[in-house]
Design a protein around this ligand. Structure first.
Ligand SMILES: Cc1ncc(COP(=O)(O)O)c(C=O)c1O
Length: 377
């Protein structure tokens, strides 16, 4: 038995994921947090910090910067510098700051996508140029032809989600180089949300930070990373932006001003412990999630009216339910006691997103309920 099999009763804490269906016989499988306890190194570091009993304003020590620099080097072979790192309490805030920092009238991104990729440019008063992802070799990928058709001279920012939420694509070196060439050609800055980078499940896939590909891409990219999805500490609100270009970094910092707060001291504590000591736990987690994914794939394979393309990363499966011909696949599965993410805010209401970052026994129950729904058709 794996430690990830340990059932954690999250109904006893006001977890956003579980609170939504409190008191109802509905298993939540929506918002992107997992039902696992964080690694013991994180829990111990937090306990030790809480034990100190003083929670005043906190400085970020060199050890924390070094933990990030070493983690990024070890996992992604990218050499980053301390001064490139800016802390924020969340990647979503950073996406909003990025849109306000880059001077542009419009922002190009892809759909379906995590809704904040559409909301952030909208908040900044920028037009959204949304390009549909395309299906190629049983995988969701970028449609460069459509991107070339839609780009305008007033667009100066591309918002990239890699690995891709919701489809779980890990963009290859070739795809990222092609995207990089597109951004250089049209002089676009890039905001690359890499929050799911550590959760690569396909051993043949490899996460490559787009900024690490060349000095010219490094100079035009704001990379957003965080330990929150990886180590299940989203509630601690710890994330950081890596911005090598000094003027872009200055604008980002000025835009944050005193409105966007930094990371809190428990967030810092957890981040440092996870990056320094969490690798072995993370390796186990990936194996566990990969097995969970197989269960989801087997379930979909048994149900030809559902479609799941190849999924390389994340604990979120993007299931195309258009062949069910029901008004709302989200409502349809909800009636059978499973609370998935509705595809509509992502840009496709015929899809649902299933969070399989949970204990296997619970996932089996989720899939059994979904099977009952399918059998009812
Ligand atoms: C792609 C992506 N970016 C950002 C976030 C949220 O990040 P944060 O909680 O740090 O704002 C999520 C959470 O689901 C996500 O999937």
């Amino acid at each position: 038995m794996s430690s990830f099999d340990e059932i954690v009763d999250r109904t006893q804490t006001p977890s956003e994921k579980w609170y939504k269906y409190k008191g109802k016989d509905i298993i939540p499988a929506w918002v992107a947090d997992m039902d696992f306890k964080s690694p013991p190194c994180v829990i111990e570091a937090l306990q030790k910090r809480v034990q100190e009993g003083v929670f005043g304003y906190t400085a970020i020590d060199d050890e924390t910067y070094n933990a990030i620099i070493a983690f990024v080097k070890r996992h992604y072979n990218w050499d980053i510098k301390k001064e490139w790192i800016l802390f924020t309490h969340g990647v979503v805030s950073s996406m909003n700051v990025a849109c306000l920092s880059v001077e542009t009238q419009s922002v190009m991104t892809t759909t379906p996508i995590y809704p904040h990729f559409i909301k952030a440019p909208h908040h900044a008063g920028e037009e959204i140029i949304a390009v549909k992802m395309k299906e190629e070799n049983n995988r969701w990928t970028l449609d460069f032809e459509a991107m070339e058709e839609k780009i305008t001279p007033t667009c100066k920012l591309f918002m990239l989600c890699n690995p891709y939420n919701p489809a779980g694509t890990v963009f290859t070196c070739k795809e990222l180089e092609q995207l990089g060439a597109f951004c250089v050609k049209h002089d676009l800055s890039i905001c690359s949300d890499e929050i799911h980078a550590d959760l690569i499940l396909n051993p043949k896939a490899k996460h490559i930070p787009i900024a690490s590909l060349s000095p010219s891409l490094q100079e035009r990219t704001i990379t957003l990373m965080a330990p929150s999805k990886t180590f299940n500490i989203a509630g601690l609100q710890a994330s950081f932006a890596i911005i090598p270009n000094a003027s872009l970094r200055k604008r980002f910092k000025e835009t944050m001003g005193s409105m966007v707060g930094g990371i809190n001291l428990l967030g810092i504590t957890a981040l440092k412990a996870a990056y320094l000591e969490g690798d072995a736990w993370l390796a186990e987690l990936r194996l566990y999630l990969a097995e969970n994914l197989k269960l989801v794939q087997t379930f979909v394979a048994k149900n030809p009216k559902l479609k799941l393309l190849e999924q390389e990363a994340t604990f979120l499966a993007w299931i195309d339910a258009s062949s069910l011909h029901v008004k709302s696949p989200y409502d349809f599965f909800l009636e059978f006691g499973v609370g998935l993410s509705d595809g509509e805010p992502f840009g496709d209401k015929k899809c649902v997103r299933l969070n399989f970052g949970t204990q296997r026994a619970l996932l089996e129950e989720i899939l059994e309920r979904m099977q009952k729904a399918m059998d009812s058709l």
